[in-house]
Design a protein around this ligand. Structure first.
Ligand code: AOF
Ligand code: ZN
Length: 369
């Protein structure tokens, strides 16, 4: 007699949905979901809501109670094996008498990294790894990036007319896209660990760089590159007291003059310049990862966006194209060096295209060979 096939993907899909509920609140921790199934019935569900609070497995085990005995747990990330802010989930699953644990992906955190799985197996629990792994990795691209590459996942947002223009020749640019598009931008901001911009953009747009989205629970760290020392502390961006990281170069005049003049929510860091005089963006990203920033949402001008692309530090481009035409005398999206052959131009791959309000939103990833 053949055993009925258990639909691991079905339950893992549910666990991923639960995990995604932490989109606006879990960072710097990963989003994790857990489903406990006994005799073909879901008896417990949970997700990790906030760093410092119980992990997904703990919530699901509490709900399942006695019914966890002999059941199967579906977890989107390998159960943890060490005492962090909370005790190890592998132990909680062992103590509850789970028979089988299905895991979407191994935890890239070097403090776990296979140990949680080994711990479960050592107790005779049947562990299956890799169900819907791609989806789980995509969901936590930021956490995985910080753990494995020691830098955050970098998204660069751009908005342009259909013909790829951002500002008229005289500089007029507000607003290329409609206010409904800006709501979508606030949603992205709200799920990012940091928003990266420059003093030039902050001054030109009177930007606040906050996440004004109803589900925004944690304000992203606002990271502003001010290598020329243009900001005084009087700009609108400083009126909101969410944290700001001001990035100066060692020779930035204002930083040399006095660091103490900045309000309490502003911290200044110094990042070296590269040979061509720009802030070393790779070093800046390492600094952000060290501060537990998983993902960076970049809103900037053509220069920084171009520099990030040239340095191969962009993971996703999010481009909003408004149904407008601005003509060839208007400014383009990106500053890149002149290319002499088509073989030199950076190639991308579109991963998502959809209508957002009246704009076309394109997500593209660099096609690295
Ligand atoms: C799990 N289930 O729901 C989460 C896990 O500081 P702590 O105690 O919250 O631990 C955070 C680490 O635990 C985090 O870096 C990641 O490795 C793991 N996250 N693990 O089994 C969960 N959120
Ligand atoms: Zn855990």
């Amino acid at each position: 007699m053949t055993k009925p096939r258990v639909n691991h993907q079905f339950y893992m899909q549910r666990a991923l949905e639960l995990a995604a509920q932490g989109r606006f609140s879990t960072h710097p921790n990963p989003m994790v979901g857990c489903v406990i199934v006994a005799n073909g019935e879901i008896v417990g569900e949970g997700w990790h809501e906030r760093a410092g609070e119980p992990h997904a497995e703990v919530h699901a085990l509490r709900q399942a109670g006695e019914r966890a005995q002999g059941a199967t747990a579906y977890v989107t990330l390998e159960p943890c094996s060490y005492f962090g802010r909370t005790p190890p989930c592998a132990d909680a699953l062992i103590n509850a008498g789970l028979k089988c644990v299905v895991v979407a992906m191994q935890d890239p955190n070097p403090q776990v990294s296979g140990e949680g799985i080994a711990r479960l197996q050592a107790q005779g629990i049947d562990v299956k790894v890799g169900v819907l792994e791609q989806d789980a990795r995509r969901l936590n691209s930021g956490f995985v990036s910080r753990m494995q590459r020691k830098r955050p996942w970098v998204r660069v947002k751009m908005a342009a007319s259909l013909d790829g223009r951002t500002a008229l020749a005289n500089g007029a640019s507000q607003w290329v896209t409609s206010s409904d598009v800006r709501n979508d931008v606030h949603r992205w901001r709200a799920q990012s660990g940091a928003i990266l911009s420059t003093a030039e953009t902050v001054l030109a747009d009177q930007a606040q760089l906050t996440a004004r989205h109803q589900q925004a629970v944690l304000q992203p760290l606002r990271v502003i590159i001010d290598s020329r020392g243009l900001l005084t502390g009087e700009e609108v961006v400083f009126s909101n007291t969410a944290p700001i990281l001001l990035v100066h170069a060692p020779d930035t005049q204002r930083s040399v003059e006095s660091a103490a003049r900045w309000p309490e929510h502003v911290q200044v860091v110094t990042v070296e310049r590269t040979q061509i005089g720009h802030i070393d963006l790779a070093e800046l990203l390492h600094t952000l990862a060290a501060r537990e920033v998983n993902s960076v949402w970049t809103e900037c001008g053509a220069q920084l966006a171009g520099a990030l692309i040239e340095a191969e530090l962009v993971d996703e481009l999010i481009v909003y194209l408004a149904p407008k035409l601005m003509g060839h005398t208007a400014h383009g999206l990106l500053q890149l060096p002149p290319f002499e052959a088509m073989s030199q131009v950076p190639e991308l791959k579109f991963t998502d295209v959809r209508l957002v309000a009246d704009a076309l939103r394109i997500v593209a990833v660099p096609h690295r060979v």
